[in-house]
Design a protein. Structure first.
Length: 195
């Protein structure tokens, strides 16, 4: 029996020619079990900070943290996998959203960072996965603490829009995830099953 349930990936349509040098799709925000409008504006390193909810690169947030403290609108921070969470930790009470970047699907550093944010630093705001987010990894990302996903991958978007969420019934490591995602301690710790 396969320990990881896989959602089949839809084959690419062969009758449609791929567009030449097209720009990547705008990310679609998957949150609360559905696609939602994203109220956050991602701010470029040299752009003016908008009046509403603003999502800034970590380096800019740290450089301008004093001036940003006077804002009444929510602030979010985008953290790259090679940046240190320790630099952000003292300011987490000022941040409503942390977006962790997956530069490619095989790079799991953002999953480790998510667990550190939730379990060590007690971050309770929105934790968003961005970058190369694929449907078969989303349940595992959720167990690490992510509660929102920016999805660019078209097959993943189609699967989510169709109401398909992969089931991962077996896992090895416990997490500090919400109770509905974790079984009590001492219950077959080498092969844990939710509920």
């Amino acid at each position: 029996m396969n320990a990881l349930a896989r959602v089949p990936v839809e084959p690419a349509a062969t009758s449609v020619a791929a567009p030449a040098a097209s720009a990547p799709a705008e990310p679609a925000l998957w949150r609360n079990g559905r696609f939602e409008a994203d109220e956050w504006e991602r701010v470029a390193p040299d752009a003016a900070v908008p009046e509403g909810p603003a999502l800034l690169p970590l380096t800019r947030f740290l450089a301008e943290r004093q001036a940003l403290a006077a804002r009444n609108a929510p602030l979010g921070v985008v953290v790259q996998p090679d940046e240190a969470l320790e630099e952000l930790a003292p300011y987490l009470d000022r941040v409503s959203l942390v977006a962790l970047v997956f530069p490619k699907f095989a790079d799991g550093r953002a999953s480790s960072m998510a667990r550190v944010l939730r379990e060590r630093y007690g971050f309770a705001g929105e934790l968003r996965a961005t970058g190369d987010v694929l449907i078969d990894q989303m349940p595992l990302m959720r167990r690490c603490g992510f509660d929102a996903f920016e999805v660019v991958n078209e097959p993943t978007r189609r699967q989510l829009a169709a109401g398909k969420w992969p089931d991962v019934p077996y896992y090895l490591q416990p997490t500090g995830a919400p109770a509905q995602l974790e079984v009590p301690a001492g219950t077959r710790p080498w092969t844990r099953r939710p509920g």
